[in-house]
Design a protein around this ligand. Structure first.
Ligand SMILES: *[C@@H]1O[C@H](CO)[C@@H](O)[C@H](O)[C@H]1NC(C)=O
Ligand SMILES: *[C@@H]1O[C@H](CO)[C@@H](O)[C@H](O)[C@H]1NC(C)=O
Length: 189
């Protein structure tokens, strides 16, 4: 009588334990939305800590023509790296039109399957250039201001030079030439 009770109790505990651990895997996207620049690489990541562990990961891209399976063999720009707890979708050489959109990671275990959705936004290469172009524009404006400022100052300086500065400059030039001649003559004799 007591043993039957224990067995029943044991079975009840076992099934309760199973109840908490079992069931389809819970799959989470590490980042629900991702932004990347065209021609660069992006990595989309999903995780699952569930037990039993995910035995098979699959990636899809949602499209109007039906979900498209993404594997290592589907395109040479795309590859998938998976472990029991994590899956990564790598997309290289991102294309603005082709790669923007929603992706599904689907993890399947003995108990069923679960999935998460990640939205990828691919921005134009130019978008990444804007901050740089801003700096270039700033520099151009500064250079222009300095240039205009210098141009306005120049006529005054030219006048000053003609009034006073030119005569001493010429004479000193003569001196240097004379000295040079003397040295050369001395060296020759
Ligand atoms: C896909 O390719 C990557 C890199 O070449 C490799 O690490 C990975 O294991 C491959 N995945 C599958 C599912 O074959
Ligand atoms: C996930 O994969 C399983 C098994 O391949 C499939 O039955 C299920 O429909 C998939 N779920 C999604 C959301 O694609």
């Amino acid at each position: 009588m007591a043993t039957t009770l224990l067995v029943v109790l044991g079975l009840a505990l076992l099934s309760a334990d199973r109840g908490t651990g079992a069931g389809p895997p819970k799959v989470n996207a590490v980042k629900k939305s991702e932004q990347a620049t065209e021609r660069e690489e992006v990595v989309l990541v999903c995780k699952s800590e569930s037990f039993p562990p995910v035995s098979n990961w699959e990636w899809y891209k949602i499209s109007d023509a039906g979900d498209q399976v993404l594997t290592n063999n589907s395109q040479d720009r795309i590859f998938v790296v998976s472990t029991e707890t994590k899956t990564e979708l790598h997309i290289r050489d991102l294309d603005l039109k082709v790669d923007s959109g929603q992706y599904i990671c689907n993890g399947t275990s003995a108990e069923g399957s679960g999935h998460a959705v990640i939205t990828l936004r691919v921005r134009s290469h130019l978008a990444a250039l804007w901050p740089f172009l801003g700096i270039v524009a700033e520099v151009l404006v500064l250079v222009t201001i300095i240039f205009i400022y210098e141009k306005r100052r120049k006529p005054d300086e030219v006048l000053d030079d003609e009034d006073t500065g030119s005569a001493p400059l010429k004479s000193s030039g003569h001196h240097v030439n004379d000295k040079g001649k003397n040295v050369r003559q001395r060296n020759a004799s």
